[in-house]
Write a protein that binds this ligand. Structure first.
Ligand SMILES: Cc1cc2nc3c(=O)[nH]c(=O)nc-3n(C[C@H](O)[C@H](O)[C@H](O)COP(=O)(O)OP(=O)(O)OC[C@H]3O[C@@H](n4cnc5c(N)ncnc54)[C@H](O)[C@@H]3O)c2cc1C
Length: 464
């Protein structure tokens, strides 16, 4: 532990799609209004108002805008995506110019790009790829700069999105402000603002998630502070962008940690043998169950929800998403004996086979209990946003539960709606959709980046 903490103006915790753009914008890349025929045509009043604004849009009065009924995240979304489909770069009513940076350090416990580093190899985005881009670096521009040809309005495969996020620090010359493989273990009050304790978890870079049976970064239960080198920082402002999966959920049943039970799914090749039990019922579980079935596995697909509830999600998605078309086809096919969907069912126990590989899973419904023999159990039961790092504050964060029709859920923190600053802990900004009221997708949350940067810039100017 360093005796004197290193002081930074801003620390961003988490380098996913919420935290990562903060490094570039605080690194000086500020948005300016740029004329867009599309914006003028669709949102003439907004275009007219912003055309009169001189200087960076970080100097706008977001309280006034909010009074006029325009939340800042929504305004930046409209400037970035004046229509949902991308036609050309000229439709984006923003340009970015480099100004003075605010000192900022981003700490993240894996590579930048957040949970996208660990999603299945062939996973496609749920939405047009360009909905996941940052306004300061449209995917179309990225494709052009890197000599690639792809349609940014298509659903994009995971690796494309990850490659895009990975190059952001270098492309925007903020690499030195990004520390990967550094896990924040505590955030506490300090006379300077915040005291941040972080552990060097670079040794985790070489861990194999298949052998580990979960994504290769630490969980709160790993208590890395005791076993890894640590250092401390102080900062005036803290952006808390740890995402929705900092703490993986568990089933809480005996046998859950047996070697044939995993919480990591990348591809069917990691599941030798024939019989896989998938537990879950959201999008990640649907993806894995479908892909395992199509790879020839016998799939026991176990979920607590009713068939009607599962089919709500399938019916909503089967027209837009190819894997939902496929899961519907499988579940509707009376010949598809290798897929057994078990609704209203919970796992009560997992036990190893006496003879070696695999084991026996006990399942309970309201009416009966039975067991199935399987080679693998795959838990696709998601995680929680981990707020436990925040310790010793006079006022704990007030959290509100948010769910969406994509079956994502997260506890969001109450914030001031013009700045996304916590109402409970001054100068703390829940990043992305950890802020109350934000939609649980990148297109809905990305605009908070600018409002947070604007608030920090305004406060820093007031100190001079
Ligand atoms: C399977 C799946 C598919 C999805 N598809 C889409 C989609 O198509 N379109 C869309 O817009 N959204 C989608 N989402 C929503 C998704 O959550 C967002 O795309 C996005 O990844 C959220 O960004 P984030 O930065 O808030 O969180 P994350 O991506 O989770 O990033 C947070 C980062 O912080 C790190 N971190 C956590 N705790 C600490 C700590 N203590 N110290 C240091 N680092 C820490 C994490 O390891 C992670 O790298 C999907 C989500 C899932 C699960």
């Amino acid at each position: 532990m360093s005796p004197t903490p290193e002081h930074r103006t801003v620390i961003v915790v988490g380098g996913g799609p919420a935290g990562l753009p903060m490094a570039a914008v605080l690194g000086g890349w500020h948005p300016y209004y740029r004329d867009s025929a599309m914006l003028r045509q669709r949102y003439p009043q907004l275009a007219q108002m912003l055309a009169q604004h001189e200087g960076s849009l970080l100097t706008l009065d977001f309280t006034d805008l909010l009074r006029a009924g325009i939340p800042p995240a929504d305004m930046f979304r409209l400037l970035h995506h004046p229509r949902q489909m991308f036609q050309g770069l000229e439709q984006i009513a923003l340009e970015f110019r480099r100004n003075a940076a605010i000192d900022c350090l981003l700490l993240t416990q894996e590579e930048v790009g957040g949970l996208w580093n660990n999603v299945p190899e062939k996973l496609l985005t749920l939405s047009p790829g360009q909905w996941m881009e940052f306004a300061f670096h449209p995917l179309a521009q990225y494709a052009r700069e890197t000599g690639q040809t792809f349609d940014v309005n298509e659903l994009l495969i995971k690796q494309r999105i990850v490659d895009y996020y990975h190059q952001i620090p270098r492309r925007f010359e903020v690499e030195q402000n990004v520390h990967t493989w550094e896990r924040v273990t505590r955030v506490e009050p300090h006379p300077e603002g915040f005291l941040v304790t972080a552990a060097d978890v670079s040794a985790w870079r070489d861990k194999d998630p298949v052998a580990l049976r979960r994504p290769a970064f630490p969980q709160p239960a790993d208590v890395v502070e005791q076993s890894h080198p640590t250092r401390q920082y102080t900062c005036r402002y803290l952006v808390y962008a740890v995402g929705q999966r900092g703490e993986l959920r568990s089933l809480g049943v005996p046998g859950e940690n047996l070697p044939f039970v995993t919480q990591y799914y990348e591809k069917p090749a990691h599941f030798p043998g024939e019989r896989v039990l998938v537990v879950g019922g959201g999008r990640s579980a649907d993806w894995a169950a479908t892909e395992l079935y199509d790879a020839g596995k016998q799939v026991h697909y176990v979920m607590r929800q009713s068939s009607a509830r599962h089919w709500e999600l399938i019916s909503e998605s089967r027209d837009g998403l190819p894997y939902y078309r496929r899961i519907a086809e499988i579940l509707e096919d009376p010949e598809a004996q290798r897929m057994q969907a078990r609704y209203g069912t919970t796992i009560t126990k997992i036990a190893a086979s006496p003879g070696g590989q695999g084991g026996r899973v006990t399942l309970a419904t309201a009416e009966q209990t039975d067991t199935v023999e399987v080679d693998h159990v795959l838990k696709e039961i998601g995680g929680w946003a981990d707020y436990s790092l925040l310790q010793g504050f006079a006022q704990p964060l007030q959290l509100v539960e948010k769910r969406d029709s994509y079956r994502f859920q997260v506890n969001q923190a109450k914030v001031h709606p013009h700045s996304y600053e916590s109402v409970d802990i001054p100068n703390l900004y829940p990043g992305g959709y950890l802020a109350e009221g934000l939609g649980l997708v990148v297109i809905a949350m990305h605009g908070t980046t600018y409002a947070i940067a604007a608030d920090i810039q305004r406060k820093e100017a007031g100190r001079r």
